[in-house]
Design a protein around this ligand. Structure first.
Ligand SMILES: [Ca+2]
Ligand SMILES: [Ca+2]
Length: 262
C-alpha cells in the first residue's frame, strides 16, 4: 500500500498520513476513500489531486490538473495545439514539443532578424483568472533576452509580461510593451541567477498580480496594479532576443506547461 504524505507549508516538511490527520495548515483531505486512493486539496492551485501522486513526496505542481481548462496545455502530445496563434513568428523561429525528453515546448529564437518577441497566444477576455507556467532557459542568454508569461490586448497588441531575462545582469522582471516589438516601461524587477522559474499572473476582478516562485507553491508577488492601461484580450508565452549578430547561439525557452483557472 502506498503511503500518502501531506505537505506542511509552514514547516516545509512532508508528514506521513497515518492515523488522525489533525489540523495541518494549508491542506485538507477528502472523506475516507473506498478504493484505496485519496484526494489531497492543494490550496495553491485550488485543485483536488490524487494523493498517490504525492506518495513519494514529489513535486505535485507538475502533475496535470484533474479538470484542465480549455486554455491549458501540458505540451505533451508532440505537436503545437491549434489553440495557439503565433505573433511575430519569422522563418527563424521554431517550436518543438518534445515527447522524447520532458514533454516540454521548446521555442527557439535566433533573434538576428527584425522581430522582437516571438509569441504564442490565445484569445482571452475572462473577468478573473489565474495563469501559470513553468519555464527555463534552454540556450544562450545575454542582454535583452527574455522568456515569459503575458497578458495583452487582442492579437496581442499592448501587453504586460512577467519574465526571466537578462539586462546587464539576470533578472525576474515585470515589463510593459506597447506592442510585441516596442518596449514601453519597466515596472518591477529583482536579480535572479537561476535557470528555472514558475511564473504566475492573477486577476481577481480588481487587481492584477504578477508572481514568481522557485517551487510553484510558495509565491512571491513582484508587482500589482488595478489597471493595465489596456483592455485584456489575450494570454500567452513568448521569447524575446533582439538584434544580436549572426554567430551568437540561439536563445531557447523551455515551457513545461501552461495552466489557467477562470
Ligand atoms: Ca500539443
Ligand atoms: Ca509537460
Amino acid at each position: 500500500m502506498a503511503l500518502l504524505y501531506i505537505r506542511d507549508e509552514l514547516n516545509e516538511t512532508w508528514i506521513p498520513c497515518v492515523g488522525e490527520l489533525g489540523d495541518i495548515p494549508n491542506v485538507s483531505i477528502s472523506a475516507a476513500p473506498t478504493n484505496g486512493a485519496a484526494l489531497v486539496y492543494d490550496t495553491v492551485s485550488g485543485k483536488w489531486i490524487d494523493g498517490t501522486a504525492v506518495a513519494t513526496g514529489g513535486d505535485w505542481v507538475d502533475i496535470p490538473p484533474e479538470s484542465p481548462s480549455a486554455y491549458d496545455d501540458e505540451f505533451d502530445d508532440g505537436s503545437l495545439d491549434a489553440k495557439w496563434t503565433w505573433y511575430n513568428q519569422s522563418y527563424l523561429d521554431t517550436w518543438d514539443e518534445d515527447t522524447t525528453k520532458e514533454d516540454c515546448l521548446y521555442l527557439q529564437h535566433p533573434g538576428w532578424d527584425s522581430t522582437r518577441w516571438a509569441i504564442l497566444y490565445q484569445a482571452c477576455t475572462e473577468g478573473s483568472f489565474d495563469l501559470r507556467t513553468k519555464v527555463s532557459w534552454g540556450g544562450w542568454r545575454g542582454n535583452y533576452t527574455r522568456i515569459g508569461l503575458f497578458i495583452g490586448e487582442a492579437t496581442p497588441g499592448e501587453f504586460t509580461t512577467i519574465l526571466i531575462g537578462y539586462d546587464e545582469y539576470p533578472r525576474i522582471r515585470v515589463q510593459h510593451f506597447s506592442d510585441p516589438n516596442t518596449w514601453a516601461e519597466h515596472l518591477a524587477d529583482i536579480e535572479f541567477n537561476g535557470n528555472k522559474m514558475y511564473l504566475r499572473i492573477g486577476y481577481d476582478g480588481s487587481t492584477f498580480r504578477f508572481y514568481y516562485s522557485d517551487d510553484g507553491r510558495a509565491w512571491t508577488e513582484l508587482y500589482h496594479t488595478s489597471s493595465l492601461g489596456f483592455t485584456m484580450g489575450s494570454i500567452g508565452i513568448g521569447i524575446d532576443k533582439i538584434f544580436y549578430p549572426v554567430g551568437y547561439d540561439d536563445s531557447v525557452a523551455v515551457f513545461d506547461w501552461f495552466r489557467v483557472s477562470v
